[in-house]
Design a protein around this ligand. Structure first.
Ligand code: ATP
Ligand code: MG
Length: 427
């Protein structure tokens, strides 16, 4: 007798740190994406889409070998042609590469935005994933402090418009290259004196990326750093005036902010204004939006010397903040079609289509279940109106409208009308 081959099929699961977005969640994602799209249009910012996969060198050159992102978080591999490839860990380097490669820099300053997945091999936790998503803005070819204020206010207003609460804006000036060089020297000297008191992570950083130590989350290091040399004292007169201008303009726009001298941001390419928007409604991963000026990057990636400023919003953190609201706030059909009976069901197909031609959101019940069951579903869908269709209505080309969102006592009121009269309401 042949041996019975028992297959034990293991359940396939997503990779650690990767997340499925289910229909109940995509409603909110779409709402955010649509709001962002509208918001950028109003501000004259155009969308750019770049590939998810890039040459590894783009990020090692653009972001810097000494950063956490390049040092230990990238998804890199050799492709079948032995090219060193990396799934993009952030958007800025790709946008800058594309702008240079396609000669956009010669067409004048560019106001761009992007959105999509990014990949970083991090320890997953709430608000931190290995595939996560960002919406980002890049102003390339803009050098004035005013462009920084415009970029910040676009981020601030988008978050406000979406209904995010507990927002805090923190800003800092990292000065120009010269300022940072002098500061770095002083900081390193001070850190070396205090080497023994630093946590081990910061001790390693001292050699590779000393400024990043200011960003440490370690409580004892944080306490120690309150006595460290302050970047502010090393800014040139020019850098100081520039930063003052940013502060003044933000104040005039009534955008509240705090100056945080410890804010340095993780990536190498920042200069002058750096900023973060946090929300007190988020836990440990409280930064929703981070950005700043990166005047050296275009040149570093082989383009002409070009000033630039940008930011990125972390979608997952934004979702955490907004998902406490009722999903109906973001999408529900206006009409829910309750229909049963042979003629009714065929007529309902036409009613759904006609209403959609008139730009209405319509959900057609396809179950043929009892009216009472369908009505319950209509209620749950969040629709404003139930449209009741039986064979009698179908014969007469009529529908019965039932208001689902009015007060209880008025709910029993139903209105019978010809389909063509219902459609007239929209023309
Ligand atoms: P953090 O200090 O939280 O690691 P970061 O400085 O690495 O942030 P940026 O590179 O500036 O973050 O990215 C901008 C925004 O993208 C962050 O403020 C955050 O909202 C989001 N973000 C970054 N990494 C992740 C991640 N692994 N998962 C989810 N969101 C992320
Ligand atoms: Mg990070």
């Amino acid at each position: 007798m042949a041996e019975v081959n028992v297959h034990c099929v293991e359940k396939l699961q997503v990779l650690r740190g990767m997340v499925d977005l289910l229909p109940s969640e995509t409603i909110l994602w779409q709402h955010i994406e649509e709001s962002a799209n509208r918001h950028f249009k109003k501000a004259g910012v155009s969308e750019i889409r770049t590939p998810l996969l890039e040459a590894t060198e783009l990020f090692s050159r653009g972001i810097g070998e000494a950063t956490d992102v390049v040092g230990k978080e990238m998804y890199s591999f050799l492709d079948r042609g032995n090219r060193n490839c990396t799934l993009r860990p952030e958007g800025t380097a790709s946008v800058v590469r594309s702008v240079i490669q396609n000669g956009l820099t010669s067409q004048g300053p560019q106001k761009l935005w992007y959105s999509g997945p990014m990949f970083r091999y991090e320890r997953p936790q709430a608000g931190r994933q290995r595939q996560f998503h960002q919406i980002g803005l890049e102003f390339i070819g803009f050098g004035s402090p005013r462009s920084e204020v415009e970029a910040i206010s676009i981020a601030w207003d988008l978050l406000k418009e979406l209904g995010v609460t507990g927002l805090n804006l923190e800003i800092n000036s990292l000065g120009n290259d010269e300022d940072r060089k002098t500061y770095r020297k002083n900081l390193v000297a001070w850190l070396e004196e205090n080497f023994k008191s630093l946590d081990s992570d910061s001790q390693t950083r001292l050699k590779k990326n000393p400024l990043r130590i200011l960003d440490s989350k370690n409580p004892s290091t944080k306490a120690l750093l309150t006595n460290a040399p302050n970047l502010k004292d090393f800014l040139s007169k020019e850098s100081k005036e520039r930063f003052q201008k940013v502060e003044d303009e933000l104040t005039k726009l009534s955008i509240p902010f705090e100056v945080n001298p410890m804010l340095v941001r993780g990536l190498d390419y920042y200069s002058h204004t750096a900023f973060e928007i946090t929300s007190s409604d988020l836990g440990a991963q409280s930064t929703v939006c981070g950005g700043g000026r990166y005047d050296g990057l275009v040149e570093q990636l082989g383009g002409p010397s070009t000033p630039a400023i940008g930011w990125a919003i972390g979608m997952e953190r934004l979702i955490l903040l907004l998902s406490r609201n009722e999903p109906e706030t973001y999408y529900s059909p206006t009409y829910y079609l309750v229909n049963r009976g042979e003629q009714a069901e065929s007529f309902a197909l036409k009613v759904a289509r006609d209403l959609r031609y008139h730009n209405q959101n319509v959900e057609l019940d396809l179950s043929s279940a009892a009216f009472s069951k369908q009505l319950k579903r209509a209620d749950r869908s969040g629709a404003k109106w139930a449209v009741l269709i039986g064979d009698t209505e179908a014969k007469e080309h009529e529908v019965i409208l039932k208001d689902l969102r009015s007060k209880k006592e008025e709910r029993s009121k139903e209105e019978r009308l010809k389909l063509k009269d219902l459609l007239k309401r929209f023309s």
